[in-house]
Write a protein that binds this ligand. Structure first.
Ligand code: AQP
Length: 329
């Protein structure tokens, strides 16, 4: 029998090439090998303020992008988190079992809360909800970018603690699947910050829905350095190293080979070819995306996905509630 994999993306903006390289590209590659479930985690998105109309639109856009990148609803279960109430229910149970200190130590919470004046309690409890997402679908593997490693480790520790208290094998302990290149794609404007879809500086990322001419402009204006030679040196040339990783991930070429190709050309030719490469991958995705946004198929796919996801999630939730004494009959 195939093992389960689970992952999700927040509709907190339009996905960027970082989300694609770090996670979404692998979703497609893995759907044949595994019993795959992919979620649009809209309840995670509200851990920071969202405009309701925009959130509705972003949810639909993300569903369309999932399918446009190549997810096949016949192979993968695709659903919206809020269509499966077990996620919020399990999230609460897990919140009550996780230590406050564990949650406060999470880097993402520290980074995001430092940038905001008002922080909601959901931002702190985000990893508990994420743990629930993974364990409800009995996932053995979770394809994610490097920024989610710490949250995944928390989920793994939670499973150990839950199973040792309530019974071995009750919950499945998940393992991460990380890409070889582009685990952590950095901002085009600041190579010490990760690329994020909610970055207020739109030049910092390439969105999956950026027009080709915008992509070319953003890549050409990406930060570089004064060294002027293409090397893979994360310490001294972090911006170029980042562009090389994006290139390697999208082309499938080894970084050494790319460095050889551009070693004597300077940054201009390298950036032009990188921009063309990104456009060549994104353009066909956008064509399929536009067709999907105009059809009604999307809602049927999400409804079918929710039916399947509810079945699996409700079973796991029932066993957790039984263990905890919440199910009293
Ligand atoms: N910079 C990144 N490099 C590689 N992978 C990344 N991911 C996110 N940023 C990078 C991976 O994309 C998947 C979906 O991410 P998410 O939507 O769940 O939330 P996030 O990690 O917080 O991503 P963003 O783009 O930074 O969103 P906002 O701006 O809303 O916080 C995950 O697998 C993640 O690892």
């Amino acid at each position: 029998m195939k093992e389960n994999i689970f992952s999700g993306v927040q509709p907190s903006g339009i996905p960027t090439i970082a989300n694609y390289i770090g996670a979404m590209k692998a979703f497609v590659d893995l759907q044949d090998q595994y019993n795959a479930t992919y979620c649009i985690v809209n309840q995670h998105a509200i851990t920071v303020p969202q405009d309701p109309d925009t959130l509705r639109l972003r949810t639909k856009q993300l569903a369309a992008l999932y399918i446009a990148i190549g997810l096949d609803p016949k192979k993968s279960t695709i659903f919206v988190q809020s269509d499966v109430p077990a996620h919020a229910q399990a999230g609460w149970l897990i919140t009550c079992l996780m230590g406050l200190g564990e949650l406060e130590r999470m880097t993402q919470f520290k980074d995001k809360s430092a940038k905001k004046q008002a922080v909601n309690a959901g931002l702190l409890c985000y990893p508990a909800l994420m743990t629930g997402d993974i364990i409800l679908h009995r996932a053995k593997y979770v394809p994610v970018g490097d920024d989610q490693k710490q949250h995944l480790e928390l989920a793994r520790n939670f499973v150990d603690k839950f199973n040792s208290r309530f019974g071995d094998g009750l919950l499945i302990k998940p393992e991460g699947i990380f890409p070889t290149s582009g685990k952590r794609v950095m901002s085009l404007q600041n190579p010490s910050q990760k690329m994020s879809k909610s970055d207020s500086n739109h030049k910092a990322f390439v969105s999956m829905l950026d027009e080709p001419k915008v992509i070319i402009k953003k890549v050409k204006s990406a930060m570089t350095d004064s060294i002027g030679q293409v090397h893979y040196d994360k310490e001294n040339q972090p911006a170029i190293a980042n562009l090389l990783e994006i290139y390697a991930s999208l082309s499938g070429k080894a970084i050494d080979r790319i460095v050889e190709d551009y070693h004597d050309t300077g940054y201009g030719a390298f950036k032009t070819d990188l921009a063309d490469l990104i456009v060549s991958i994104i353009e066909p995705i956008q064509t399929r995306y536009n067709q999907l946004m105009e059809s009604d198929d999307l809602y049927d796919i999400l409804q079918d996905g929710a039916v399947k996801a509810n079945q699996v999630a409700n079973q796991t939730l029932a066993s957790m509630e039984k263990s905890l004494g919440i199910a009293y009959h």
